[in-house]
Every structure is written in structure tokens, then in C-alpha cells.
Ligand binder design. Structure first.
Ligand SMILES: NC(=O)c1ccc[n+]([C@@H]2O[C@H](COP(=O)([O-])OP(=O)(O)OC[C@H]3O[C@@H](n4cnc5c(N)ncnc54)[C@H](O)[C@@H]3O)[C@@H](O)[C@H]2O)c1
Length: 444
């Protein structure tokens, strides 16, 4: 099937590549010609494990083409997928990219006689597809719904594992305006053996928010428990979670083996969630709920706990070093999670801003992020360069290469090693026994 995807960000490009890998002919449409050229040369404009390899493969089979020509791509395609950004502005979803792309699709559809299905893959608050996308397309195309189909197909991929998630999805949720739209859209996933849930448009939209808000809630709940643990004294939240996770409803025992579902990684304390989804989606959902007269009491507090969680890192640091002026503070990890270079809403940003406000000398290391625009910090090429003579080391992202660090390295590179573990990846006893001052979220 010929498919156009509008947007060449994480979702647009990864979806495009994975649908091409299924054998579809895919056009990914972007606005930036240099990015388009890069994609056509087999190089992803962002870091995502495995993406470049699959991109090169589908390009060599001529199954994918990146382009700035939206109109031609839409006219040529049977299905058009909207995967543009839906950021929040003033805590409210900003639908400007959705509106613009709907208008462009409508104008292109006007020039085509064929029946096409438009699908929204971007995360949008319930009723957006019906109340924003549909009327825009109808207006610009001069065609009533039915002459074109409409679906809402939320995306559940996780950055860092996006290729795996998109090529082997754990589910496909299809909200459809009518049966015909659903039938056409389902054909895309014909070869994929996974549960397929057909719903109405608004149910599909809400499923995505319910999912993201659930994971964000687990994280903020775990961080609230960490705060209580820090207040009690002589309690470590990490041990608390070990005990909680052993509940067989969380880690079922099958035969003689204990299964450790991935959800448990969200029931764990740290310096907060970030990224392009949880922060903006919880805010958009809370605002949307208020708009329909529902007070989002839990979600509001999930957001507030997360907003203030990075402050705990600086608080722990200042419990040892009161005055940070001219102190060399090493930051290990900038991205919001490992295996991505995505800095959006990363907890490392507010932490760095707080440190700079206190006139600390910040040096950062990250395996994937090599610059942060607008922040006056130094970058270290290696972990050793970052921690050399540092007054303190703040671990912000749980990259695998950091997990391998031994306390001896801190001892060797610094005179009085102080480590603040924002992800609790290090063994407290090992580091303390070796003479490192070890502080961590949830540890008093
Ligand atoms: N990033 C994730 O992990 C993830 C996961 C699931 C869902 N989502 C949702 O998917 C959507 C896209 O997310 P993303 O991270 O890929 O965003 P992104 O900001 O990385 O990419 C969006 C892209 O769309 C392009 N774009 C916008 N309007 C366009 C137009 N009219 N024509 C051509 N290109 C246009 C932008 O230039 C940008 O490159 C969002 O709604 C997001 O919430 C993201």
C-alpha cells in the first residue's frame, strides 16, 4: 500500500521505516530540506538504536522516500498518517501543527479523485480528530467525510526501543470514523500478529493519554514514597521497592521462575520523568479534563511532584557542599533516559539551571547528547574528563556505560568523591565501603 507520513520526527520516521519494512511504499514528508536529504542518504537526523540500519535497508529496496512535497505524496497515497508534533503551550495542547497539516492534506485531497484514509498518529486530546482534523479536511478538500476516511491510530513506541516497538507493536489501536476507514487502515497491519483493537476515534485518543498518565503516576507516586523515606531517616527507598516488587502480583512466579514485568521499572524512585511525552501529555490531559468540568486531582499532583523532583538532586548535593560557587560539578547523563539523545523536558536541564544559578562550574558528559543550546556549561568527551577533580558527581541518566563505573575511578579522579545518584544505579554499600560519599534519591 502507498502511505504518506507527515512529520519526520521520532514517530514519523520510525513509523515510516517500519511500515516500509512491512513492504509498503512509504513517503515521509518533512519541511526541512537538509533533514530530508539526510534521510534519503540513509542517516537519521536523530539518534535511535537500529534506525539507520533499517532505514538504509528500506531505501535500498526503494520502499521509502523522504520528501518535502506533501501534495504529491498525498495524491499518490491511499493512506495519509499525521505524525506531527503536539507540544503543550501554557499547559494546553498546541494543535497548530495538526491544523496546518490537516489543511495541507485537505488541499491535496481536493486534487484527487481517489478514496483516501487520513489517520492521526500524533497524540491529541479526545475529540480532536472529529472536531479539528475532520472539519479542516472537509473545508479544504470540499469533500464530506465518507468521500475520505478518518482514523486515529495512537503510537505507543518508546524512544530508545522505538524500532523494536514499531516493527513488533504490542498492540494496534485503531479508532475509526466508520467501518470502511477501519478496513482500509487495518490492511496496513495485515502482516503484524498482535492484538488489534478497533474503537471509535475518541476512545483511541483517550487510550494514549490513559496509558501515559498511568506510567507518569507510578513514577510520581514512587518519588513521593522516596520523599517520605528520606524524611524518616535510616530508610532506603530502593530496599522498599525491592520488597514491594517481590509481591507476586507484580513479579509473578511461573514454575520456579519469577517474571519481572517492565512496569516495575516505573515503580522506582529517581530524579523524575522527562521526554517528549509524559510531561506534555499529563499537562494536556489535566487541562482537557478541566475544560470538560472534571478536576484532575491525581494528575495535577503527579505533575507537581515531577516538577519539583529535580530539586531533590540539588538539595542532596547542598546537604554536603553548602556553597556551590566555583565548585566543579560533573553531570553524568543529559538525555531524559538512556539510548536516546532526546533532551526534551529532561530532569538534567532544571538541575543544571539550578547549579548555574548558584555559580557552580558545570561539566557534562552524555554518550549521545553533545550540546545544549543556551546553557553555559562545558562538555567532557569522556567520563574520566568529566569527573576529573570534580567536587561532586550527579548521575542523571541510567546509561549502561555509567552502570559499569567502579568506585575506584571516583577515588582516583577526585580528592573527596561525592556521588549523588539520581537513578539509583550504583551499589550504595560498594561505593560507601570504598570511601565515596554516596547520596541518592530516596536515601536519607
Ligand atoms: N517521541 C515519542 O516517543 C512519541 C511516542 C508516542 C507518541 N508520540 C506523539 O507523536 C507525535 C510526534 O512526536 P515526535 O516526537 O515525532 O515529534 P517531533 O517534534 O520529533 O516531530 C514532529 C515533526 O513533524 C514535522 N512537521 C510538523 N508539521 C509539519 C508539516 N505540516 N509538514 C511536514 N512536517 C511537519 C516537524 O517539523 C517535526 O520534524 C506527537 O504528538 C507525540 O506526542 C511521540
Amino acid at each position: 500500500m502507498k502511505i504518506t507520513i507527515i512529520g519526520t520526527g521520532y514517530v514519523g520516521l520510525v513509523t515510516g521505516v517500519s511500515l516500509a519494512a512491512l513492504g509498503h511504499k512509504v513517503y515521509v514528508v518533512g519541511r526541512d530540506k537538509s533533514k530530508i536529504d539526510k534521510i534519503n542518504a540513509g542517516n537519521s537526523p536523530f539518534y535511535e538504536p537500529g534506525l539507520d540500519i533499517l532505514l538504509k535497508k528500506v531505501l535500498s529496496k526503494k520502499l521509502l522516500q523522504a520528501t518535502v512535497d506533501l501534495e504529491k505524496s498525498v495524491i499518490t497515497s491511499k493512506v495519509v498518517i499525521i505524525a506531527v508534533g503536539t507540544p503543550t503551550a501554557d499547559n494546553k495542547i498546541d494543535l497548530s501543527q495538526i491544523i496546518k497539516s490537516s489543511e495541507q492534506i485537505g488541499s491535496a485531497i481536493k486534487k484527487s479523485k481517489d478514496y483516501k484514509v487520513v489517520a492521526v498518529k500524533s497524540t491529541v486530546v479526545p475529540t480532536t480528530t472529529e472536531k479539528v482534523v475532520k472539519p479542516q479536511i472537509e473545508k479544504l478538500s470540499g469533500k464530506k467525510i465518507g468521500k475520505f476516511g478518518l482514523c486515529m491510530n495512537p503510537e505507543f513506541l518508546r524512544e530508545g526501543q522505538a524500532v523494536e516497538d514499531a516493527t513488533k507493536p504490542d498492540r494496534v489501536v485503531i479508532g475509526a470514523y466508520d467501518k470502511k476507514s477501519a478496513e482500509v487502515f487495518l490492511k496496513i497491519y495485515q502482516k503484524v500478529k498482535t492484538p488489534k483493537l478497533i474503537t471509535n476515534l475518541r476512545t483511541a485518543e483517550m487510550t494514549k493519554y490513559a496509558s501515559n498518565a498511568l506510567f507518569a503516576t507510578l513514577i510520581s507516586y514512587s518519588n513521593e514514597i522516596a520523599r517520605i523515606c528520606e524524611g524518616i531517616g535510616d530508610v532506603d527507598a530502593k530496599e522498599i521497592w525491592d520488597g514491594v516488587h517481590l509481591d507476586k502480583r507484580l513479579t509473578p512466579i511461573v514454575g520456579r521462575k519469577r517474571i519481572r514485568p517492565a512496569v516495575n521499572s516505573f515503580i522506582f524512585s529517581g530524579c523524575g520523568y522527562g521526554g517528549s511525552c509524559f510531561p506534555k501529555d499529563t499537562k494536556a490531559l489535566a487541562h482537557f479534563a478541566q475544560g470538560i468540568g472534571v478536576e484532575p486531582q491525581i494528575i495535577k499532583n503527579v505533575i507537581e511532584v515531577n516538577r519539583t523532583q529535580p530539586e531533590r538532586m540539588v538539595k542532596l548535593l547542598k546537604s554536603v557542599i553548602k556553597n556551590l560557587k566555583n565548585k566543579k560539578i560533573a553531570i553524568l547523563g543529559l538525555s531524559f533516559k538512556p539510548e536516546t539523545d532526546d533532551l526534551r523536558e529532561s530532569p538534567s536541564i532544571p538541575v543544571i539551571k539550578m547549579l548555574l544559578k548558584e555559580n557552580a562550574n558545570v561539566i557534562a558528559h552524555d554518550p549521545a547528547v553533545k550540546e545544549i543550546k543556551g546553557l553555559n556549561i562545558n562538555f567532557a568527551k569522556t567520563i574520566k574528563d568529566a569527573i576529573n577533580n570534580a567536587d561532586a558527581i550527579l548521575l542523571m541518566t541510567a546509561w549502561n556505560e555509567y552502570k559499569k563505573i567502579k568506585p575506584e575511578l571516583f577515588k582516583k579522579m577526585t580528592t573527596k568523591p561525592l556521588l549523588i545518584d539520581g537513578r539509583r544505579i550504583f551499589d550504595k554499600k560498594e561505593f560507601t565501603d570504598a570511601g565515596v560519599i554516596y547520596k541518592g534519591i530516596g536515601l536519607s
